[in-house]
Design a protein around this ligand. Structure first.
Ligand code: DGL
Length: 272
């Protein structure tokens, strides 16, 4: 039953990272079934051009539509930054990206009106966070920095100790934050895993904003407005799809999701 209250919520990411968003979604909306697609054959998206990420994103979305989803969450910051207009134009269902909810959450948190954003090179180069932050609050001052090494560190499980500490100091030290920045947006699926070390480097005066929760709240609102919220209890389905063989996704993904992953199905994408 396409678009009905019983249909699942589709979520896609370039790989395992979006499981941090799925985790927040599962906690907030436990009655909703989900279909998660990780494009593990093509990850990373963060270092690729906007044109290529948009083509991959459209292919992911079309693969998920085959599963009768009622809404699509674009868990990948890079895909949300560059492909949201194309996805919204092409899909017959609501599409929720992570950038606008994350930016709005940061706009609510900041008292100084000075916010910093970190993300992949693609996300930062797109200017999407700057645009969303200034749309939320026109006088906002925004510093941004690409932190590409945080992605492999999180996947390797190097989330504490000397190595991530040095990397975080290199990216976030010096005058990057400036004196008045009081809010830092973790603009990448992987960064919440490094939140502790990042917090240590930026100090207690800076609030970290993780867009996963804000995105889930936006999803709750959209489902309500469109009368798509599942109302009664019943069997909840969790499907996991990947484009590479599943072994690494299952192993690394368990850490991102915070629970074991029992299986994932390998599919082919039809990338135009
Ligand atoms: N999921 C990506 C993001 O949030 C990070 C990993 C990648 O570069 O594909 O931007």
């Amino acid at each position: 039953m396409r678009h009905g209250r019983h249909a699942a919520i589709g979520v896609f990411d370039s790989g395992v990272g979006g499981l941090t968003v799925l985790k927040a979604l599962m906690e907030r909306l436990p009655l909703e079934s989900t279909v998660y697609l990780g494009d593990t054959a093509r990850v990373p998206y963060g270092t690729k051009s906007g044109e290529v990420v948009t083509r991959y994103s459209l292919a992911n979305a079309h693969a998920l539509l085959e599963y009768d989803i009622k809404a699509l969450v674009v868990a990948c910051n890079t895909a949300s930054a560059v492909a949201l207009p194309a996805l919204e134009a092409e899909l017959p269902i609501p599409v929720i990206g992570v950038i606008i909810p994350g930016a709005q959450a940061a706009a609510k948190v900041t008292k100084t009106g000075k916010v910093a954003v970190i993300g992949t090179p693609g996300t930062i180069a797109s200017g999407a966070y700057q645009a969303a932050l200034t749309a939320a609050s026109p006088t906002m001052q925004v510093n941004t920095r690409a932190c590409p090494l945080f992605v492999p560190l999180a996947e390797e499980g190097w989330i504490d100790g000397m190595v991530p500490q040095l990397v975080a100091e290199k990216y976030l030290g010096g005058d990057f934050l400036g004196a008045d920045v009081d809010t830092l947006v973790l603009g990448c699926t992987h960064y919440p895993l490094l939140a502790e070390v990042i917090q240590k480097v930026v100090g207690p005066g800076v609030t970290l904003v993780d867009s996963a929760k804000a995105t889930t709240e936006r999803l709750v609102q959209v489902l309500r407005e469109r009368e798509l919220t599942r109302l009664e209890r019943g069997p909840v389905e969790r499907h996991f799809l990947v484009t590479d063989t599943p072994a690494r996704f299952l192993e690394v993904g368990a850490r991102f999701l915070g629970r074991p992953l029992s299986g994932a199905r390998q599919i082919d994408l039809h990338v135009k």
